[in-house]
Ligand binder design. Structure first.
Ligand code: PMT
Length: 402
């Protein structure tokens, strides 16, 4: 929790029974050295009085947007600028919905829009409300914008039901808030990760794809964010949640992936996506009928995203992946040299290996060396890979040029 010393935390409290736990959270954040200012929604004041938070935070609590007296002191824009973290705990289903659509219909929602600080939400609601498709859709939209979710936890709820939707305990929330400020080896570095498969259209309903689940790339994005990097994840079609603190851009084809990557600025590129090397030369506009006994598909080469960036932006530190079924080191080193990469992480694929699996093993190569990372869950392996990348990036002449 050391990262909290002298940090400015704007704690938003919304209406829910877990609001009483936010009082303990204020105490813990302050004990860890943070300065805390509390903003309550009207609903929150039905559960706990502003006076409680005023006594604990040492500052007047605000809940109204149009409050002439409060605005004469630190107005809401100043408050938004003051915050280094906006932490909303508890965050109700209604608040998630309002934030997802960008409403500014009360002080807290307005501050979330007006602040450039990272936002973390600690959801707290009935398990059915948490699992409702509308809430889940809102959560996806929010996390895709880089908003962090702290929890929710799972267990017995105030309403007597059991399931996901409990607010995390105050000590856990304070720990997670502290982690956000802890500086990692890649803090200040902008990283871009490609992940998942691409789909190349044959006609409006069919495509050429591959077995990539996105797990490896998403794990790398999460590990980079945990190491302090500012991460953009360009993802093909996968069924995975966005890792906390990562901004996600969804694409479908290789051409879309290249266009999305080219729009971003970054110093570090990790290409874990299984990009289709070929696409149908023409995608039919109407569904192909099964009138002929056989049809031939003409395929044309897709652009190589990694090689394109490596050639066009020599200052970017580039890390490729190599998926091989034979002669792993020879082919991986070939790709390292041909694509002008700084590092390449090679994995065996096929027969349940690499693609889709929960665990993986990597052999990592660079021009004058290499190392092996033994089989481990993809999240562990990604952390080891990122530590290796961070070390080599720091030692590279590229660090200051990006
Ligand atoms: O997604 P999972 O199910 O977790 O599986 C993980 C994985 C096996 C997909 C992953 O670990 C992996 O190996 N990703 C790279 C797959 C691949 O396409 O490898 P390749 O050897 O064909 O390509 C070499 C490199 O060039 C890769 O970094 C690739 O992203 C990149 N490339 C390839 C073709 C292309 N048109 N553009 C590219 O950027």
């Amino acid at each position: 929790m050391n990262g909290l010393v002298n940090r400015h935390i704007l704690l938003g409290v919304t209406g829910g029974i877990a609001a009483y736990k936010a009082a303990e959270l204020v105490r813990l954040l302050r004990r860890a050295g943070a300065e805390v200012r509390v903003v309550m929604t009207r609903g929150a004041t039905e559960f706990v009085t502003p006076l409680t938070f005023q006594a604990l935070s040492g500052h007047a609590v605000r809940s109204e947007l149009f409050d002439a007296v409060a605005e004469a002191g630190m107005d809401h824009i100043e408050l938004a600028r003051w915050a280094e973290l906006v932490l909303v705990a508890p965050a109700s289903a209604d608040f998630l919905a309002r934030l997802a659509v960008g409403r500014a219909d009360d002080l807290l929602a307005t501050l979330c829009l007006a602040s450039a600080a990272p936002i973390a939400l600690a959801p707290a609601m009935n398990q059915q409300m948490w699992q409702a498709p509308a809430t889940q859709e809102n959560v996806r939209r929010l996390t895709a914008r880089g908003i962090r979710l702290f929890g929710p936890g799972c267990g017995e709820q105030a309403c007597g039901e059991v399931g996901p939707g409990r607010m995390l305990e105050p000590a856990e929330l304070a720990r997670l808030a502290g982690e956000l400020f802890a500086s990692g080896p890649l803090s200040g570095v902008r990283a871009l990760v490609t992940a998942g498969p691409t789909r190349e259209a044959i006609d409006p309903v069919r495509f050429i794809g591959n077995r990539s689940s996105g797990k490896m790339g998403f794990a790398v994005a999460a590990a980079l964010a945990a190491a302090g990097a500012e991460v953009v994840l360009v993802a093909g079609p996968v069924a995975l949640p966005t890792p906390p603190g990562v901004r996600r851009v969804d694409v479908e084809s290789a051409a879309e992936m290249l266009a999305a990557v080219e729009q971003e600025q970054f110093e570090l590129l990790v290409a874990a996506a299984a990009v289709a090397d070929y696409r149908p030369a023409t995608a039919e506009h109407a569904k192909i009928k099964k009138e002929r006994a056989a049809i031939a598909l003409e395929l044309t080469r897709n652009p190589d995203i990694l090689a394109t960036i490596s050639a066009a932006r020599p200052a970017v530190f580039t890390v490729g992946f190599a998926a091989e079924t034979d002669e792993l080191e020879r082919y991986a080193r070939g790709k390292l040299a041909q694509k002008g990469l700084d590092m390449i992480a090679a994995n065996w694929v096929g027969a349940g290996r690499g693609f889709e699996a929960e665990s993986n093993a990597l052999q990592v190569f660079w021009a004058d060396g290499g190392t092996s990372l033994d089989e481990a869950p993809k999240s562990d392996l990604a952390r080891q890979l990122v530590a290796l990348v961070a070390g080599r990036y720091a030692a590279s002449g590229k660090k200051s040029k990006g």
